[in-house]
Design a protein around this ligand. Structure first.
Ligand code: FE
Length: 343
């Protein structure tokens, strides 16, 4: 993807942007490599700075670029904290030896065991559900009560999906491998693939729009994309939402696939204490209350109320598997998608 000279240039530029020392020599900042590009995060970092006096310097990139960059920088990295969506992404960074295990009483108390890396390499700070979106004038909700339904002949030529190269899809299939085994996962992926009305293309939001436009009857996406369209200033986005329904799948079975946004301290963090301080802030009352409505994700802490739109839907049954399974089965999930032709 990158040529070497471009990468070298990019690394050189970052060394300036994320310099090691302030002119006074006082290290009152923390460097974050973030694969989350939400306005909400910026507000949160500003609130952290206001509360602590510690400046948050963010280098944005996608998860793959962050991994490559951390690998290239090695122990010279200026990154202290990595923030990314999807445990599958964080697991890859951990697996490359680029995160360190951390635990503190606040993290232990705040983040449910299921929503953090078992070794403490990364900690969830929000939750997201992988839901089914269906067109209301063509599908009854009970027809899409399970992920399995999307693999049945009922939906021949009626399914649109995002590419399998996306980590959300890899994690969804990895969770099935963990619960039901690779054979079951392959049969499901092949069944869904057989129902595609077009080759995978576009984002989660694009899938919702395709369903609303009548190009297909159902898709899978992260729940907050549905809510963002609902809360959009653009009336055409709200019209999209009016045509579709949202279902938490597998409520009578294993529960809906749930993933996290999370953070981990880099293996060579120069400002480890600040990084931990920021990570603890992310799960504080203030941050959880601020962050979750802005981004319409679920708070990581069960005792914090979700945003009003989400709270209205009530609690739902969540799939209960160890988070690191999403990483452990990621390569196999990619292989299965490849085998069944889900590109
Ligand atoms: Fe997302």
């Amino acid at each position: 993807m990158f040529n070497l000279s471009r990468r070298a240039f990019a690394l050189g530029a970052s060394a300036t942007a994320l310099s090691a020392c302030t002119p006074g020599g006082e290290e009152n900042f923390v460097n974050v490599y973030s694969a989350r590009h939400y306005d909400a995060d910026r507000l949160l970092y500003n609130a952290f700075t206001e509360a602590t006096g510690v400046e948050v310097r963010v280098l944005p990139a996608n998860a793959e670029q962050l991994l490559e960059r951390l690998r290239a920088e090695g122990d010279a990295t200026e990154a202290d904290l990595v923030v990314a969506a999807d445990a599958g992404n964080l697991w890859r960074i951990k697996d490359a030896g680029l995160l360190q295990n951390v635990t503190t009483p606040a993290l232990e108390a705040g983040v449910p065991a299921r929503l953090r890396d078992p070794d403490g390499a990364f900690w969830g700070f929000t939750k997201r559900a992988r839901v089914i979106i269906y067109r209301k004038d063509a599908v009854r909700p009970e027809e899409v009560a399970t992920y399995d339904a999307l693999a049945t002949p009922r939906f021949r030529n009626q399914i649109v999906m995002r590419s399998s190269t996306n980590t959300y899809q890899l994690s969804t299939l990895a969770s099935r491998i963990e619960r039901l085994g690779a054979e079951n996962a392959r049969a499901w992926a092949a069944g869904v693939r057989a129902n595609f009305v077009r080759d995978p293309q576009g984002s989660d939001t694009d899938q919702i729009k395709a369903v609303a436009a009548g190009e297909a009857q159902a898709t899978i996406c992260n729940h907050y994309y549905f809510f963002r369209l609902m809360q959009s200033q653009d009336p055409t986005d709200r019209e999209v939402v009016e045509k579709v329904g949202m279902i938490f799948p597998d409520q009578a079975g294993a529960g809906t696939h749930v993933n996290i946004s999370g953070a981990g301290v880099t293996a060579h963090a120069k400002r480890r204490d600040r990084a931990i301080q920021l990570m603890e802030y992310l799960i504080s009352d203030e941050a959880q209350t601020l962050l979750t409505p802005l981004n319409v994700e679920y708070p990581i802490r069960p005792e914090i109320a979700p945003a009003p739109g989400l709270a209205e839907l009530g609690a739902f049954k969540e799939e209960d598997i160890p988070l690191d399974a999403l990483g452990r089965h990621q390569a196999e999930a990619a292989r299965i998608f490849e085998e069944v032709g889900w590109r």
